[in-house]
Design a protein around this ligand. Structure first.
Ligand SMILES: *Cc1c(COP(=O)(O)O)cnc(C)c1O
Length: 426
């Protein structure tokens, strides 16, 4: 499978774009590969500039739950575009977007649209601080909440607990107020509250963790987060940028029946265009400008093309049988990958919910970042390269989830599993 055209574009790219990419994981460095440049997406498939076709399990890192170039989405964007692209003045479709989100996530009594998940989490944090008058926040080890300074605290044990920034350019002051606890560990959280009395504004957590590979909350974990934050007067923020409209229509909060104070959404809600949202309790949301003192704004916030794409996706996802089908596909993939690893004698764990699947190369059940890191990332790198050579595009990192879409067929999934068997034996 030749990738000469991709390689020559990559050479040009590296001259003008740092690392040749506009988001670091796309460079495929952690799996020891060069990126391929995409020419086109169609349903479950992408085609690169050299004409190679791949079954896509990245789905643009989550948004494309219907697959690529879905005709109803393209039509909705074209229709919205015929009226103009952006106004910087309110449009009715933004109201429908907020109403649709509130209907699916009743905890989001009020909603504001932004352009990226990073903006949503960054603003939720500012709002939590403004509302409580407290500065500190708690996140989980291995939790990802976009690239705002306060969230870039090293997701690694000793460094993390010291509050040393996990990125150059993050001032110590921005990191010092970020406290880190292991995922699925309520005792550590309670101890953190006891050690910082009256100082913690919020706990932000992915209620279904998708950025250390897929890790599910243990029974009682989300309820415990609710109880502990309420007891200490801190807000609970569910970052459902991945899990929202993915795990089910109503996200993790719908599955587990736990009500956060604030929620962030992204990825799927933009329908493949840049849109995200945050929302929550009315009394908190009313602290936002122009009603309250917490400032937030955006030139392209609530962009009508993105709203149209997002609303169309949500209306399709609300049809009967959609999540049952996604679950069948996800189960077929997860079970098949595990069987393929076992047949090859490779130690493996599969974590899955609905259409999100992670295959970890480890014997240890993965319940948090520490156990996720027991995975053999060298093996993952060669697995990624073998799979891509066989026409399957996996997320180029062990600590990510594969996404199946409604465009995938049983045959596509079986093809992935057959490729996995061959890759792991080879
Ligand atoms: C992707 C992601 C973000 C950041 O969203 P961007 O649109 O990439 O800025 C935040 N939180 C979670 C849980 C995510 O998966």
């Amino acid at each position: 499978m030749g990738i000469q055209k991709s390689q020559s574009i990559f050479e040009r790219a590296k001259q003008v774009i740092p690392g040749g990419v506009n988001s670091p994981v796309r460079a495929c460095r952690s799996v020891g590969a060069d990126p391929v440049f995409v020419a086109q997406g169609d349903g479950a498939y992408i085609t690169d500039v050299d004409g190679n076709r791949y079954i896509d399990l990245i789905g643009s890192w989550g948004p494309l739950i219907l697959g690529h170039s879905h005709h109803e989405i393209l039509d909705a964007i074209a229709e919205a575009m015929s009226h103009g692209t952006t106004f910087g003045a309110p449009t009715e479709i933004e109201v429908r977007f907020a109403e649709t989100i509130r209907a699916a996530y009743p905890s989001m009594e009020m909603v504001r649209a932004v352009s990226s998940g990073t903006e949503a989490t960054m603003t939720a944090l500012r709002l939590a601080r403004g509302f409580t008058g407290r500065d500190k926040i708690v996140k989980t080890d291995g939790g990802y909440h976009g690239h705002a300074d306060a969230f870039l605290v090293a997701a690694g044990s000793g460094v993390a607990t010291l509050g040393i920034p996990g990125s150059a350019g993050v001032p110590e002051g921005a990191a010092r107020d970020t406290l880190v606890v292991p995922y699925n560990d309520l005792e550590a959280l309670e101890a953190t509250f006891v050690a910082n009395p009256g100082q913690i504004a919020a706990v932000i957590v992915e209620p279904i963790a998708g950025n250390m590979g897929l890790v599910l909350p243990k029974a009682g974990y989300l309820e415990g987060l609710r109880t502990i934050t309420a007891k200490h007067g801190a807000l609970l923020i569910f970052d459902e940028v991945i899990s929202g409209f993915r795990a089910t229509y109503r996200g993790a909060q719908g599955i587990y029946g736990v009500t956060p104070d604030l929620t962030t959404l992204g990825k799927i809600v933009g329908g493949g265009l840049p849109a995200a949202a945050f929302g929550g309790r009315r009394d908190i949301m009313e602290k936002l400008a122009p009603l309250g003192p917490v400032y937030q704004a955006g030139t392209l916030s609530g962009n009508p093309l993105a709203m149209a794409a997002g609303l169309k996706v949500l209306s399709i996802l609300d049809r009967p049988g959609v999540y049952e089908r996604l679950d069948q596909l996800g189960k077929r993939l997860g079970d098949g990958l595990l069987a393929a690893a076992q047949a090859a004698g490779v130690p493996a764990q599969v974590n899955r919910i609905g259409s999100m699947v992670t295959l970890f190369f480890t014997q240890t059940p993965v319940v948090d970042y520490a156990t996720a890191k027991t995975s053999d990332t060298q093996r993952f790198g060669s697995f990624f390269r073998n799979m891509r050579d066989r026409g399957v595009f996996l997320p180029p990192a062990q600590f990510e989830a594969m996404f199946v879409s409604l465009a995938h067929t049983d045959e596509d999934v079986d093809q992935v599993i057959a490729s996995a068997k061959a890759s792991l034996l080879g």
